[in-house]
Write a protein that binds this ligand. Sequence first.
Ligand code: FES
Ligand code: FES
Length: 169
Amino acid sequence: MSEQQVPIRLRVNGIPHDVTVPARRLLSDALRQDLGLTGTHVGCEHGVCGACTVLLDGRPVRSCLLLAVTVDGRDVTTVEGLAAEDGTLHPVQQAFQDCHGLQCGFCTPGFLTTIAAFLEENPDPTEDDALEAISGNLCRCTGYQNIKASVLRAAELKRASSSDAPAAP
Ligand code: FES
Ligand code: FES
């Protein structure tokens, strides 16, 4: 018997997408295969490595642990959605560039989304906070020191850009 196909609507990086997916399609596979957003990486497929982390209504989730049909109607942000429309890097992306926070880059999309969400909650992290924020993501290359430095640098950049922003009327 063929698998049931389910029509769903996902809003991804601000753009609505209507797709019909097999009932058991993982969100990570729907993003990569159905929407062509291959920035979301799949490492372990068991919720361990964090490479597949995306933001669901602003909160980090493992997209390899969610069925696409369960997020029907929700807002998803992938790594492709972090930079501004004019191409300006998100502070976390800029910080990774500044601090050499990546080597092979496989784990990077998951770190970027995780840290972006973390800084919304804690804009002024200590070193320990930064370490804890990244402790659920695995990187095989960098030894974490540069990633931790990137968290602190991103916080600095984000604070600077919000203090530059014009005051609300
Ligand atoms: S691929 Fe999802 S946590 Fe590793
Ligand atoms: S930069 Fe290679 S796995 Fe993290």
